[in-house]
Every structure is written in C-alpha cells, then in structure tokens.
Design a binder for this molecule. Structure first.
Ligand SMILES: Cc1cc2nc3c(=O)[nH]c(=O)nc-3n(C[C@H](O)[C@H](O)[C@H](O)COP(=O)(O)OP(=O)(O)OC[C@H]3O[C@@H](n4cnc5c(N)ncnc54)[C@H](O)[C@@H]3O)c2cc1C
Length: 373
C-alpha cells in the first residue's frame, strides 16, 4: 500500500492527519503519523501552567484513540533526516514514503550565546512550565529572569507576577531584551506601550536594551559588562528550525525548512511538504509569524495539494494571513488582562486572548479525547 507520512503532532500535524482522513486518503494510503510520545501539547496555554492556573496534563492530549478513529497508524519516534525517497527515524531507521508532511515545529534558539543552553530553562513544553511552577511555590527561587520580551516572554512575566502576588511568594520577576521595547518585533508601538504599562503595573523589572553576552550559573552577563543574578533564568528569546537533517537547499535561515508557494520543501522533488512552525512561509515579502492559526491553515493547504497531485488537480498557493507585515495576536497578561494586536497600529487592552485560547482548548479536548471512548 502506498504511504503518506506525517511527522509531528502539534496543531499542524493534527490538522494534516485529520484532513487526510476526511478526504478518504487514509483508506487508499497507509497514513503513518510520527508523534514523539503520541501526544499533542497545546502550547498557547503553557504560560498558565507556569503560574499554576492550569496543570500540564490539562493541555496535553493523548492521540491513540484519535489516530485510530482516523485510520492512521501512530508511531512514537522522531525524524532525524529527510531525503527525496525516505525519512530516517531515530528508533525505526529508514522509512519510504509517497508523500511526506513535515509538521515538526520549531525549537528554542540560543544564538550561540555561551551558557544559554546550559544554564537557562526554555518555556517550550508543558512539563518545563510545570517544573517552573513547582520550584516557585516550593520557594526554591526568589528571582526569575526572563530573556526575551516577545509574546511568550511577556505572557510568562505577567503570569509569574500574578502568581507572586496571589501566593505572596516575594519573587522578583525581570523581563529582559536587547530591543528597546517589549513586543517590538510585532512592529506595533501601541502594543509595546501597553505591554510596558501592564507589566509595570504588575511590578515587573523591565530591562530593555540589554543584550545578553553570556550566561553563567544564576547570572546573566550583558554586552556592556553589567550583570544580573537570578535563581531561575528562562530563555524565550526566539526560535530556530526543527533540527532535522536535509539536503542543503531544503534548509533556510535559522534552520527552518524552505518551501515554495505550494509548501513543497525545496530540493526534495515535490512530494515533501513542510507546514507550521517548521517552515518559513512567505506572502510576497512578508513572512508568516509562528502561530497556531498559520500552522493549522498551512496544514490544510498541504493536504489539499497532496489530494490535488493524486487526482491530477491544480495545486493551491499558500497565503499566510498573520505575517510580520500584518501581525494579529491575542496576548494574555494574567487573569482578565491582555492585549489584542491588530496590524501595526491597533492595540487594545482586552482579556479576549485567554477566553479565546480556553475555548480553542475545549475544542481540542473534544476532538482528541472524545475519540478514546
Ligand atoms: C509558550 C508558548 C506560547 C504560545 N502562545 C501562542 C499564542 O498565544 N497564540 C498562537 O497562535 N501561538 C502561540 N504559540 C505558538 C504556537 O503554539 C505554534 O505556532 C504552534 O504550536 C505551531 O504548531 P506546529 O504544529 O507547527 O508545531 P508544534 O505545536 O510545536 O508541534 C510540533 C510537533 O512536532 C513534534 N516533533 C518535534 N520534533 C520532531 C521530530 N524530529 N520528528 C517528529 N516529530 C517531531 C513535536 O513533538 C510536536 O508534536 C505559542 C508557543 C509557545 C511555545
């Protein structure tokens, strides 16, 4: 039987497998789904696990029943290399495919800063967030420094400040960035001003214009020679590609997979698609932001294009909606507060982000767990 392989089980992987099944492709092809741990993690709510408002298990879903209901076979493994005719898996070795969807997400980027990967903790998985929470409530730390004031850094900062107040922990929370404003990369000055104001009201120590030159145990040293000490240092300063080996043409800036306008990975012969955070997806000169909506809709386009190439239909261009030219984001800053960012000039103080994420979480709870019964 011919085979379609989907690698990864975040928003993009779940959408890809569901899409293949709903088009009847998992009847005609073997749909093989590579999923480390056979789970999906709902990343947008990770900061709420760090503050104890959710537990890690609230945002991690087992996938066995869902996969079974779709007629897909789940394999607990990781892709280490992609070639034109096969993928290489960590445990199971070489695996041939007729079509491949790479939905393996991204990884934290340390930009070669000495000590960053050793002496900091990333906030990329629910279990990392859970262990941060536990350390704080066990009073094993009285200061946290968060490197990176993008949306993950500011959300985490606000959650920890809320936790600090709620439980009277007496923890200092510093949010640090080499840029001059929080959320600066969104390019919306009103959003940056709001983030600065809300974090300030909550008691954050904001250290902008501070470039981290190296990290030592419990200490950040900046390029101007200054330093700050912190019991816990969280690294949320950016992302790099998934770290999968592939022919040179396939790997672009930051290690992300290079795709054409149909989401086919360059240099791999047209049967390999990359979607979501693993890829650099462009619309004219604008680049898609690494967000759940883009992961889901790119996976839909890749599946439509696989179906079209099987049936001899026309391939569809992928046109990301949320890009660096038009950011659209809901940033939750503790219970009942946050910022809605619409384009480069509108930013509203609003609690809609958390409400929205919790509604979407319920949708995934139903979609993925209902199938177990
Ligand atoms: C803390 C945090 C907060 C966020 N908040 C928001 C938000 O508020 N709104 C928003 O839209 N987005 C948010 N994001 C971003 C959003 O979560 C991502 O854009 C989205 O998860 C991307 O989906 P994905 O499926 O491409 O990748 P992921 O969700 O990262 O899934 C990747 C999958 O691939 C698997 N995998 C990894 N390596 C391999 C391998 N080698 N082989 C096989 N499988 C592999 C992983 O186990 C995982 O199952 C946030 C992210 C983080 C970390």
């Amino acid at each position: 039987m011919p085979r379609i392989v989907v690698a990864g089980s975040g928003f993009a992987g779940v959408e890809a497998v569901a899409g293949l099944a709903s088009r009847g492709l998992c009847d005609k092809y073997e749909c093989l789904w590579i999923s480390p741990g056979k789970v999906m993690s709902f990343q947008p709510l990770i900061p709420l696990v760090a503050s104890g408002r959710l537990r890690a298990e609230d945002i991690v879903f087992r996938l066995e029943g869902f996969a079974r209901s779709l007629g897909a076979e789940l394999l607990d493994d990781r892709v280490t290399r992609i070639d034109k005719d096969k993928v290489v898996l960590e445990e199971n070795g070489d695996l041939g495919y007729d079509f491949l969807v790479v939905a393996t997400g991204a990884r934290p980027a340390f930009y070669g800063v000495p000590g960053a990967d050793t002496y900091t903790v990333p906030l990329y998985t629910p279990s990392e967030a859970q262990s941060l929470y536990e350390k704080l409530v066990r009073s094993e730390a009285s200061s946290v420094a968060i490197v990176g004031a993008g949306f993950v850094g500011v959300e985490l900062g606000a959650e920890l400040l809320w936790l600090n107040k709620e439980k009277e922990l007496g923890v200092d929370v510093a949010v640090i960035d080499m840029l001059s404003e929080p959320l600066q990369l969104l390019g919306n000055p009103a959003a940056s001003r709001l983030a600065r104001r809300i974090l300030g009201e909550m008691g954050a120590i904001l250290l902008m214009n501070h470039r981290v030159a190296r990290v030592e145990p419990g200490r950040l040293v900046f390029s101007n020679g200054d330093s700050v000490e912190a019991d816990i240092i969280v690294w949320s300063a950016g992302l790099q590609g998934p770290g999968i080996e592939a022919p040179r043409e396939a790997i672009g800036k930051g290690g992300f997979l290079e795709v054409d306008e149909y989401l086919r990975v360059k240099g791999l012969g047209g049967k390999v698609y990359a979607v979501g955070d693993s890829a650099i997806m462009r619309r004219n000169n604008c680049v898609a932001l690494k967000m759940a909506r883009e992961a889901i809709s790119s996976a839909r386009t890749a599946v439509a294009n696989i179906a079209a190439s099987i049936s001899g239909g026309e391939l569809r261009h992928y046109k990301p909606m949320i890009t660096n030219c038009f950011p659209l984001a809901g940033i939750s800053l503790g219970p009942g507060d946050g910022i809605l960012v619409i384009g480069k000039s509108i930013a509203l103080r609003s609690n809609l982000a958390e409400l929205y994420h919790k509604t979407v979480l319920k949708y995934y709870e139903k979609l993925l767990e209902r199938q177990e019964k």
